[in-house]
Design a binder for this molecule. Structure first.
Ligand SMILES: [Zn+2]
Length: 113
């Protein structure tokens, strides 16, 4: 394994990976909090950091067909959520290019103010 470069988010409100504390997302990038993940609530973020989308796959969800990819923490490889490449249903298109992260897999950075 090579060196994993981490992006440090210089912000007051940062969500981190619950396992390894790597910075994952900014509170200010939240698009929606009312999201259903595979294991409970998920948060939709406009952007995520220190994660890498895996293989693209088509998934049939309650809201129609989507092309998504799982995203893992770059540091500890925990599966944190998924990335939306494409949504077939027009009203779901706002999710394209965004990340849904399972709420229980991230925590607030200790410096959250
Ligand atoms: Zn991690």
């Amino acid at each position: 394994m090579g060196l994993v470069l981490q992006v440090y988010l210089d912000d007051q409100k940062v969500y981190v990976c619950f396992k390894c504390n790597t910075h994952i997302a900014l509170h200010s990038d939240i698009v929606s909090k009312a999201f259903q993940g595979r294991h409970g609530r998920a948060i939709l973020f406009a952007n995520a950091y220190n994660v890498t989308p895996g293989e693209k796959e088509d998934r049939m969800l309650i809201t129609g067909e989507h092309t998504v990819a799982d995203v893992h923490c770059n540091t500890c490889q925990t599966l944190l959520g998924w990335y939306y490449y494409y949504a077939a249903v027009g009203e779901e298109r706002y999710k394209e290019g965004k990340y849904a992260i399972e709420k229980k897999l991230i925590s607030k950075d200790p410096q959250w103010t």
